[in-house]
Design a protein around this ligand. Sequence first.
Ligand SMILES: [Zn+2]
Length: 266
Amino acid sequence: MTITVTEENLNQDQDTIGLLDEKNTDLWNELCKIQKIQIKRDEFDNNGEKCEIYSVDYGNTFPTIHVPKHNLNPAIFTHELLHIYLKTKGIRIGEYIIEVINHCRKTNYCNRLFSSIGQKEINAILNYLEHIKIIHKFISLQYNQDEFVHESVKQLYENIDLNIIKNNFTCTIFNSKHYRAEYIILYLIRYFQLKSYQLAKIVVEKQLTELKKINKRFFGILENFEKSWEKLDYNDKEQIKEYPTLVDRFLRDFNKWIKLKRITCS
Ligand SMILES: [Zn+2]
């Protein structure tokens, strides 16, 4: 006799106590039918300090959600589940952007700029882009917008300092204006970070105005991309095919903006 392990059993051995409530149980069950998800309760973070942060690590075969052992919170757990949910919808913008960046590193005239993006920066951008997509589903599950991120994160971003970008975005070398690659990248990261937290009701208007003042044109290019990305309906298979076009359009506008500028890397 063969015993068939049904898909529904995939995550049965996972300890979900303290992480599920009446709002996220259906989502959890839905995801359990699709793939294995491991839950790991962490007491300490990599620095040996009390773990506070939730995260997802995709590993080689299945995702692992890290939850702080002493801070079980169904809303934040749902936030992480939704990152996984988005991937099950066929939105693989992450892989696509990495492909684009690698291509630019080899062939683009602003390859020096793209060379200054590391994996950490790419992950940050992807994370914030995903937030822009998942916040709506989070709200539709009846959670409050302001439960989307942890209190400690809120304080951090309401007080974020943009002076470092303001003071270093451009510099003068031999009487000509140069744009500094790492601050263009930092600008880009901050933009998506602030936008994604704005959706989570964190008050970041002042910082967004500051970013706009640093470079209005660049701000506009990022804003166009972000708006079209936010509008994309991942439940519509036809629209999903469109997201590489969004990235390509963004890249075209970005290239146009950067084309005649002198870029410097430190
Ligand atoms: Zn997140």
